[in-house]
Design a protein around this ligand. Sequence first.
Ligand SMILES: C[S@@+](CC[C@H](N)C(=O)[O-])C[C@H]1O[C@@H](n2cnc3c(N)ncnc32)[C@H](O)[C@@H]1O
Length: 232
Amino acid sequence: MGAETADTAGGTARATYDEHADWYNEFMSAAGPGEYIRRVHAALEDLLGPGEGTCLDVCCGTGAHAPALAGLGWTPVGVDLSGGQLRHAVRRLPVVRADATALPFADASLPAAACVLAHTDVPDYAAVLREVARVLRPGGRFVHLGVHPCYIGAFADWSERPRVIVDERYEDRSRTYDAWNPAGVRARVGAWHLPLADLLNATTAAGLRLVRTVEAGPGGIPDLFGFLAVKA
Ligand SMILES: C[S@@+](CC[C@H](N)C(=O)[O-])C[C@H]1O[C@@H](n2cnc3c(N)ncnc32)[C@H](O)[C@@H]1O
């Protein structure tokens, strides 16, 4: 693993995770939701597949997915806004502190990128998708993997599993700390919501062609949604 850190963050977007980075690092470690992370990595590996060259880990956080990317043969390079998160990530992959809506990479320069568990952390994920499309080479692969837009959010109550109750707040795209689980990331850091149609439309509008989608979750209710797209 490399230990380079570059800093190109313009400072306009706030690094919300700085004050939660130690907690998040622990949360994503073996002591955290181990079964969940195993499912995240299985979906990531399934969608991205093996390859060579740089795979940009967009909004890499503490670098929890670097081993999974490296295991596929890719060379992960992380980008995140939060210096606190990158303090942990730098032990796992080379990183650059930058805003994912202004990636410090040349047009059409990278063969692959992934953004995992982060779309609800940015106010304008469509802008991230446009930047990913800009830096990918033609034919370059992009994996989006995140909480399922239909079943995870302030609008979804999982406290009576196996029944999940979805309410009218599904339409609300604003940021909120509302969450059925007070111990989760959402209640601590807050989250935006991107309805499924918005996510898929923003992807194709960015010039990314959808290849395959994946849903995964416990007990038949998917809590993860992801897709592989290629730069047209
Ligand atoms: C829930 S964490 C996910 C981190 C990592 N991908 C993972 O799965 O563990 C979301 C990350 O997105 C980062 N982030 C939020 N907005 C960002 C932006 N505009 N540019 C880069 N990173 C951003 C946060 O700093 C945080 O580390």
